[in-house]
Design a protein around this ligand. Structure first.
Ligand code: SAH
Length: 238
C-alpha cells in the first residue's frame, strides 16, 4: 500500500525524484506511463507523470489505485490564479474541485457530473491539512490559499475566459487541467486525495509568457520543498 505522488509536468516530477530522502527501488510501466517505486521516510511511494488533461489524469489515478494499490494520492503542479489576490508565486491547497467544462444541461445542472448528483468533489481533510502544514514548513515565505480549484481541458490564457470562469464560480481560487478528474476517481474508489498547486500565471494573455522558465526556476523547487516536508511528517502521523 503506497502513497502515490503525481505531477503533470516532467520538470516537477524530476525535482521530486531527485530528493535525497527518496530511495528509488524500481520502475514499472503501466498504461504507457513509467512509475517510479521507492521508499520515502520508511514508506512505500509510487511517483508518476500523469501528463496534461483530465483523461490523462483519470487514467493515471485509476492505475495507481487498481494496479499499485495506492492508499492515498497527492498531486503537485501549477495553476492559473483566478480570484483576486491569488498571485503568481502563491501556493494553493485544494479543499474541493469542480470541472468547469462539464455541462450536460439542461439534463443536469451545469458542472454536475451526471449520475453522481455532485458538482464539487472534496479533497481529504487530514491529507490536505498535512499538505498545508508542509507548505508552511517547506516554504515559509509563500502565501498559502485553501479552497476551490477548478479543472478543464483548456489552458486558460485570455482575460475574457478567466472572467467567465470567475462569473460562473466566484469562489474558485485557481484553474488547472487535472485535479477534478483525480478527485472524481478517488471519490469513486474511496481513496484520500490532496493537491497542491503553485500559481504560475493569472490565466490571462500573459499566461504562456515565461511559463517554462517559471516551471524550472520556481514551481519545480517548490514541489520538491513541499513534498519533502510533507513526506517527513505525514506518514509518521498515520
Ligand atoms: N506550455 C506548456 C503548457 C502546459 S499546460 C507546455 O508546453 O508544457 C499547463 C499545465 O499547467 C497543466 O498541467 C495545467 O494543469 C497547469 N496550468 C497552469 N496554468 C494554467 C492555466 N492558466 N489554465 C489551465 N491550466 C493551467
Amino acid at each position: 500500500m503506497s502513497i502515490a505522488i503525481v505531477a503533470a509536468l516532467q520538470e516537477e516530477l524530476s525535482a521530486v525524484l531527485t530528493l535525497a530522502s527518496l530511495q528509488q527501488r524500481g520502475r514499472a510501466v503501466v498504461g504507457g506511463r513509467e512509475h517510479f517505486l521507492g521508499l520515502w521516510a520508511g514508506q512505500p511511494v509510487v511517483t508518476v507523470l500523469s501528463r496534461i488533461g483530465k483523461v490523462a489524469a483519470a487514467s493515471t489515478a485509476t492505475a495507481l489505485v487498481t494496479h499499485f494499490q495506492a492508499r492515498a494520492i497527492v498531486f503537485t503542479g501549477v495553476a492559473g490564479g483566478l480570484r483576486q489576490g491569488v498571485q503568481v508565486g502563491d501556493v494553493v491547497v485544494a479543499r474541493e474541485f469542480l470541472q468547469h467544462d462539464m455541462d450536460a444541461s439542461p439534463l443536469f445542472p451545469q458542472h454536475e457530473v451526471p449520475l453522481t448528483g455532485k458538482s464539487r468533489f472534496q479533497t481529504d481533510p487530514a491529507l490536505s491539512d498535512a499538505l498545508c502544514a508542509a507548505v508552511r514548513q517547506g516554504l515559509p515565505q509563500a502565501r498559502l490559499h485553501e479552497g476551490l480549484v477548478i479543472s478543464g481541458d483548456r489552458f486558460v490564457s485570455s482575460s475574457a475566459h478567466a472572467r467567465t470562469l470567475r462569473d460562473h464560480t466566484p469562489d474558485a481560487l485557481a484553474v488547472e487541467m487535472e485535479g477534478a478528474a483525480i478527485a472524481q476517481v478517488c471519490h469513486d474508489f474511496g481513496i484520500p486525495f490532496a493537491a497542491v498547486r503553485t500559481i504560475s500565471d493569472r490565466a490571462d494573455e500573459a499566461a504562456s509568457v515565461d511559463f517554462q522558465r517559471f516551471i524550472n526556476t520556481v514551481a519545480s523547487p517548490y514541489s520538491a520543498a513541499i513534498l519533502g516536508a510533507f513526506m517527513a511528517r505525514w506518514p509518521a502521523q498515520r
